[in-house]
Design a protein around this ligand. Structure first.
Ligand code: BJW
Length: 237
């Protein structure tokens, strides 16, 4: 395989599916009868903050019951063993990349294990439940804390850093994302526009953006990623 210098890997819910974390748009796509669009918005939080807090408390608690899978470990191995730079950009709010051994992960949609004070803006590491009755550890306000998650209509985190890595990459790999949510869904078009990077999609099925990718590997990420990483670091030579 061609040797690449700067690799950007974009991951989505499909990379954690084999760990037992539910994806957003498969099957009925519902959580207790709610669509993700109905709980993951600032309007939903304003309308029913207790429901939204409960949604994120349950998902935060679920993190303790799941483990990284071979896809997370393969991506971490690429980051550790590749001669050039490997940037992991994830839309996932779980910590499975980190627990699978990745050392730098850009969480563009935030992290389940963080909350943010809407008064003072401080971000706090958070393990257990958070409710409208929980005080902000920094300023003492309540209700004050919200999940440090990027909801629909909000600006994703670290966009300048992500676009600078996209501009510098010579290989872009998208793993386990349906290509329905922007701006992440537009990264492949941005990379293709620059005409300097090869693009690979790894997904269970063709994504909404499949036509933008030069190379597609369809199947479970936990099966396909270890082989792709072997190719990239030259172990299959
Ligand atoms: C497997 C597998 C296995 C299963 N192996 N694969 C045009 C331009 C810009 C913005 C917009 C636009 N049009 C509309 C917008 C607004 C909106 C948007 O995109 N809406 C769409 C629904 C149309 N976007 C926003 O509001 C974003 N903010 C924004 O745009 O700000 C302005 C801005 C503009 C331009 C530049 C910069 C900023 C914010 C989006 C926030 C998304 N938040 C969520 C919920 C919060 C996180 C949480 O609670 O967990 O993030 S929505 C949800 O979708 C979650 C995910 O991160 C995200 C992406 O989903 P993902 O990961 O793709 O999951 P699925 O379920 O859709 O797909 C899984 C895939 O895996 C499937 O294809 C399976 O087949 C596959 N799979 N098992 C491999 N084993």
């Amino acid at each position: 395989m061609v040797r690449y210098q700067n690799i950007v890997i974009l991951t989505g819910a499909g990379v954690s599916a084999e760990s037992g974390v539910r994806t957003f748009r498969d099957n009925d796509g519902l959580w207790e009868e709610h669509r993700v669009e109905d709980v993951a918005t600032p309007e939903a939080f304003a309308r029913d903050p207790n429901l939204v807090q409960r949604f994120y408390n349950l998902r935060r608690a679920q993190l303790g019951t799941v483990e990284p899978n071979p896809a997370h470990r393969a991506i971490a191995r690429l980051q550790a063993e590749h001669d050039g730079m490997v940037t992991i950009v994830t839309q996932n709010v779980d910590d499975l990349h980190e627990r699978g051994g990745a050392r730098e992960v850009i969480h563009m949609h935030g992290e389940l294990k963080q909350v943010r004070c809407v008064h003072c803006g401080m971000v706090h590491a958070w393990q257990g439940d958070c409710t409208q009755g929980t005080e902000c550890p920094s300023c003492g306000a309540k209700p004050a804390l919200r999940p440090n998650i990027v909801w629909f209509g909000e600006m994703p985190f670290h966009m300048d850093l992500i676009y600078s890595r996209l501009r510098a990459c010579d290989l872009f790999i998208s793993v386990g994302t349906s290509g329905n949510v922007y701006p992440a869904a537009g990264f492949v078009a941005e990379v293709r526009r620059l005409e300097v990077a090869h693009t690979i999609e790894v997904n269970l099925e063709p994504s909404a953006g499949v036509s933008y990718f030069e190379e597609c590997r369809h199947g479970p990420a936990g099966t396909l990623m270890p082989g792709l990483v072997d190719e990239l670091i030259g172990k299959d030579d």
